[in-house]
Design a protein around this ligand. Structure first.
Ligand SMILES: [Zn+2]
Length: 386
């Protein structure tokens, strides 16, 4: 448990770095280098936002943002905790049908986030007229980075599972065995790449290994391997979601346009609540202790308010449409889109729909498809605002 908290902390720092780098380098660009000769509409789109219109009001924008921070915080906590407290409802037992349907809904939300929010954002950023056409208009960077991110996620997913399993196995074996395993950790070569379906095959192998450990108790071994997978899924998912949450907060915090902020406050509350329900469903499945659960809830709930506060603090230097901001945010979005799409399709949806529970009942399958469409549809409606 304690080995996972640093991973989240590291990712948080990783996120902070580009935001600071963006502002620092943009300030430099503004001071030193004259901009390239712009296309005709360049200034209208990429210049400073119009000052003096009826929508531009710094004090009113500030008041709205200060309302938004606690409102979004409460909405996020509510959304992410809702599934966590569902344990006390008897109808929502993990082996019940309703639980499977709720999980399908949560997976649909994650899918909708990846396809309808993060991916289009990245396309918008990287095809902006404010970027030099030379490399950016000539190659589909969004799709390329998203593809790489999906493969990288698979890699992290499968390697983390290997190490988790070896770690928990090693604690129970002799010290000689631990020393032996320690050598193997240095080798990045993964035995899975000869298998037709490495992940599933590995789970099968791991399950049997674990089962052997537990004095031949096959079921306990299976459950253990599945639990490990669920924990890896939650951590990777949180990374993908957190990127989007910080970026939308940052955009709102830096904006002075009251007309866009006003509807955005309400939209972001629903956005975070919905997304929180998706993440909460996965946290529930990982069966973490209270400490790790609260760490995950804390990171998710504070990211958007943190983004708004950061945007507020950097209002003078941060501009949504500066080239550096567009590139950094666009690439981050592309990476998390690939990650979220892989996770939603492979780890959440395919894993459940191909599993024994749903394969056993067509009626339940159809209900779950409906739930997926409902979750993804809700997220799609919200794509209109944020
Ligand atoms: Zn969004």
């Amino acid at each position: 448990m304690s080995s996972q908290t640093p991973l989240l902390a590291f990712f948080f720092v990783l996120l902070l770095f580009p935001s600071v780098a963006v502002t620092a380098s943009d300030a430099q660009i503004d001071n030193q280098t004259p901009r390239l000769p712009p296309p005709a509409h360049h200034d209208a789109v990429c210049g400073d936002p119009a000052v003096g219109g009826k929508c531009h009001s710094v004090p009113r924008a500030l008041r709205l943002k200060l309302i938004a921070i606690p409102a979004i915080l409460v909405a996020s906590v509510l959304g992410v905790c809702l599934p966590l407290f569902s344990r006390s409802v008897p109808a929502l037992r993990p082996d019940g049908n309703l639980f499977v349907i709720v999980k399908a809904f949560a997976s649909g939300v994650i899918l909708g986030t990846g396809y309808m929010h993060v991916l289009p954002d990245s396309f918008n950023d990287l095809s902006s007229p404010c970027l030099p056409a030379k490399p950016w208009a000539e190659f589909p960077f969004t799709a390329f980075v998203a593809m790489l991110a999906a493969v990288l996620t698979l890699m992290v997913d499968s390697l983390m599972l290997t190490f988790h399993t070896r770690g928990s196995k090693g604690r129970r074996t002799s010290s000689a065995a631990i020393a032996h395993l320690g050598h193997e950790h240095d080798s990045p070569v993964h035995r899975g790449h000869c298998h037709a379906a490495p992940v599933q095959a590995d789970v099968a192998v791991l399950s049997t290994e674990l089962a052997a450990d537990n004095d031949g108790d096959v079921e306990a071994g299976n459950n253990k391997a599945q639990l490990l997978r669920n924990r890896v899924i939650v951590q990777v998912l949180e990374m993908g979601i957190v990127v989007h949450s910080v970026v939308i907060g940052l955009g709102m915090g830096a904006s002075q346009n009251v007309c866009t902020i006003q509807p955005l406050v309400a939209a972001l509350c629903f956005h975070q609540m919905f997304e929180g329900m998706g993440l909460g469903g996965c946290i529930l499945q990982a069966e973490y202790g209270a400490k790790m659960k609260s760490v995950l809830v804390f990171f998710f709930s504070t990211t958007t308010p943190f983004g708004i506060a950061l945007g507020l603090a950097l209002t003078r230097v941060y501009k949504d449409n500066s080239p550096t901001a567009l590139i950094v945010v666009g690439l981050l979005n592309a990476a998390s889109a690939g990650l979220l799409n892989y996770m939603a399709l492979v780890e959440l949806l395919a894993a459940d729909f191909m599993g024994p529970k749903l394969q056993g009942s067509v009626r339940l399958q159809l209900l779950c498809f409906l739930a997926v469409l409902l979750g993804a549809g809700g997220m799609s409606v919200m794509a209109k605002w944020a």
